[in-house]
Design a protein around this ligand. Structure first.
Ligand SMILES: Cc1ncc(COP(=O)(O)O)c(C=O)c1O
Length: 348
């Protein structure tokens, strides 16, 4: 079990992320991995921290904390086309200032589902390190990290890798970039000859240097099985299914939901979105509550006005998506969202 973080990391690297053995570990949460990685990169680089204003909150918060702690600037840029998210041109422009230390960008945007051009952005960034957040793409869209020239990435396993709530996240560092980085957490699982306990800290040369403490084995086994199933089905087939499922949502929106006040909040081109679709509506929150309470459909509310529908291509069927949309249409037509308790709740 002690090697599970690297063993499962290798499965994930080869079967899902398009990376090599020895480049991925599965451990900790996405937030912690992002902190470890960005902090290690900042040790060796001067300058500002960069991300887009629409990136996931934890990514912004981690950078905000690092910037505050190190007396650096956090620069939030607005993509020229907010619906489609950061483009290579946006990134080229943002890193054109010589003083950018690193940028953090999501492969699939949590809110709109926009799919970023990972390879194009890597090329546009030049020598500026990009740390990719693959949380919404891992298991749904191929990242092809090696082929794209990506050097750093993190992501969770509880979305499209189906490992369940709280399953550990992953961290990727390309082999040639590993030995120059030192995790800010000097833990015994990163130590060379971990059980030679009397020695002072001397981290492993490879990816293990980003481990910290004892791995969560039960969650890791769930990641292992989720990754195996994903690799067995194959990302091309999973991607084709997700494009078809999200296309069904878009078509249904155009035919039935637009007339009820909904607006598509995701890219229309299936090639430019991941495996979720946002439908915007001024009463999105009570509509989400009504879907959960009265229609047995579980969306996410993403403020201020989005009903986010995520499909899990491995097991969500077209009939299930169609039924969910019929229930959504039916309850809005009947005004059932006006009957629910719309008090704010801790989880949305
Ligand atoms: C894009 C993105 N990044 C990071 C996270 C946070 O992950 P964790 O809770 O594993 O730290 C999430 C959670 O949903 C996410 O969607």
């Amino acid at each position: 079990w002690i090697d599970a973080p690297t063993r499962v990391g290798d499965l994930l690297a080869k079967g899902v992320l398009g990376a090599e053995n020895g480049e991925v570990i599965v451990s900790d949460s996405t937030t912690v991995n992002l902190f470890k990685l960005t902090s290690a990169i900042l040790d060796g680089r001067e300058g500002a921290l960069l991300t887009d204003a629409g990136n996931f909150p934890t990514d912004r918060y981690v950078l905000e904390g690092l910037a505050a702690g190190r007396g650096r600037e956090l620069r939030l840029f607005e993509p020229a086309d907010t619906l489609h998210g950061p483009s290579p041109e946006d990134v080229a422009q943002a890193v054109a200032h010589a003083d950018v230390a690193l940028a953090v960008i999501s492969h699939v945007a949590y809110s709109s589902g926009a799919l970023a051009d990972l390879k194009g952005i890597e090329a546009a960034a030049g020598s500026t390190p990009i740390v990719w957040d693959l949380s919404h793409s891992a298991g749904a869209v191929a990242a092809d990290l090696s082929a794209a020239g990506a050097r750093y990435a993190v992501g969770c396993t509880y979305k499209h890798l189906n490992a369940g709530p709280g399953a550990p996240a992953f961290l990727y560092v390309r082999e040639d970039a590993q030995s120059a980085l030192r995790s800010p957490i000097w833990g015994w699982f990163a130590q060379r000859e971990q059980f030679a306990m009397e020695r002072s800290y001397d981290p492993e040369p490879g990816i293990r240097r980003f481990l910290a403490g004892t791995p969560p084995i039960l969650g890791l086994i769930a990641v292992q099985e989720g990754v195996k199933l994903t690799a067995e089905a194959g990302l091309p087939a999973i991607r084709a299914k997700s494009e078809s499922l999200t296309e069904l949502i878009v078509t249904y929106h155009d035919e039935h939901l637009a007339a009820l006040g909904f607006e598509l909040g995701s890219p229309r081109d299936p090639g430019r979105r991941g495996a979720h679709v946002s439908l915007r509506h001024p009463l999105a929150w009570p509509i989400c509550r009504a879907l959960i309470d009265r229609a047995d459909v579980t969306p996410d509310f993403r403020g201020p006005d989005r009903v986010r529908l995520g499909v899990a291509p491995l097991y969500t069927t077209h009939v299930e998506v169609f039924d969910a949309l019929e229930r959504l249409r039916g309850l809005v037509e009947l005004g059932e969202h006006e009957l629910v308790d719309a008090a704010p709740s801790r989880v949305t």
